[in-house]
Design a protein around this ligand. Structure first.
Ligand code: GLN
Length: 321
């Protein structure tokens, strides 16, 4: 079927999605990272960006929150840019774990495969893959430059979050050394873990994440800068990873009910990609039991349902002025 949507209809759906989800009260801030426990739980923002750069922003869309696991998306893209999608498949894999993001059990079950760059294990592996090897500063620059290119503006390290996370990341230290044991760390293990922890501590706004999502939706062309950030073949690969594991053990339920591949972070962010159509991002700190933002999920779902959109629908969607 052909679906034609006007920009004003999309804006209206986003506004309604925002006001509808704003009254929800469930969930709780992540508290295993002490800094996150103290973020104002009432913050809430929703941002949509179209491939032509048109943006719709509602609520706290200029607030810089911890990107957390959403950072796994840009770094997977960077690993694909540097080593090709086939290289990432071979060194990390592309399977859903069906288990929580920080699962050690998942590594033991597939000891030759961390299995996807979008869970902690595979993301630490991805950080180890980033070139130039052995040079922490240059790797960090490559990681943050890539995020800047995808967002069209720079992220900002939240120093307190980085310290808070570094002081408490014992589980991730265990993951890193277990991966090292299985030859799935491709650089210095401590450096790889530190880069992962630091990238999770970057502050971004929902408006920036919507631009990143729109860049993926537009096949690698950033709508704000017009730059081809990554080659077109990477877009379906990263969207596949997002679709299969973006919400961890709840990914199937999420895709089934929302119709949009999306990635969450324990900072309260959600980034959704509707290929060829739009990027969406929402942020609200209180999380459900799997670590996914309650309000952000509700808002994105409402938006998709109200416009009758779904990545599996097989519809051709055009947007008019
Ligand atoms: N930095 C967090 C961690 O490693 C990210 C987890 C997440 O956002 N799901 O535990």
């Amino acid at each position: 079927m052909d679906i034609t949507l006007s920009k004003s209809r999309i804006e209206e759906a986003a506004r309604e999605a925002y006001s509808n989800a704003a009254s929800l009260t469930g969930g709780a801030n992540a508290d295993y990272i002490p800094f996150l426990a103290n973020i104002d739980p009432k913050l809430f923002g929703l941002s949509v960006m179209l491939p032509d750069g048109t943006a719709f922003n509602f609520g706290d869309t200029g607030y810089k929150f911890g990107i957390e696991s959403i950072s796994k998306v840009p770094t997977a893209i960077l690993a694909m840019r540097q080593h090709s999608p086939a290289g990432v498949l071979q060194k990390i894999g592309a399977d859903a774990t069906g288990l929580p993001f920080n699962s050690i059990f998942a590594i033991l079950l597939e000891n030759d495969h961390p299995s996807t760059p979008l869970v902690n294990a595979g993301a630490i592996s991805a950080c180890s893959m980033i070139d130039p090897k052995g040079d922490s500063d240059a790797k960090w620059k490559a990681i943050t430059d890539n995020i800047t290119d995808l967002c069209g503006s720079a992220p900002e390290l939240i120093d307190e979050l980085y310290k808070s996370e570094s002081a408490t990341n014992f589980n991730n230290r265990a993951i890193t050394w277990l991966l090292k044991n299985y030859d799935r760390i491709y650089d210095d293990p401590d450096m790889s873990l530190d880069l992962y922890t630091r990238q999770c501590s970057l502050g971004v706004t929902s408006a920036q994440l919507a631009a990143m999502a729109a860049t993926i939706a537009a096949g690698g062309v950033n709508p704000l800068t017009g730059r081809q950030v990554f080659s077109r073949e990477i877009a379906p690969k990263i969207t596949t990873l997002i679709a299969t594991v973006g919400f961890y053990q709840h990914t199937g339920d999420w895709l089934y009910t929302s119709g949009i591949p999306a990635k969450s972070g324990v900072g309260g962010g959600v980034l959704g990609v509707l290929p060829g159509v739009l990027g969406i991002a929402a942020f609200a700190p209180p999380l459900d039991s799997a670590g996914n933002s309650v309000k952000a999920q509700a808002a994105v779902k409402y938006f998709m349902q109200s416009l009758g959109l779904g990545v599996m629908n097989g519809d051709r969607v055009s947007i008019t002025g």
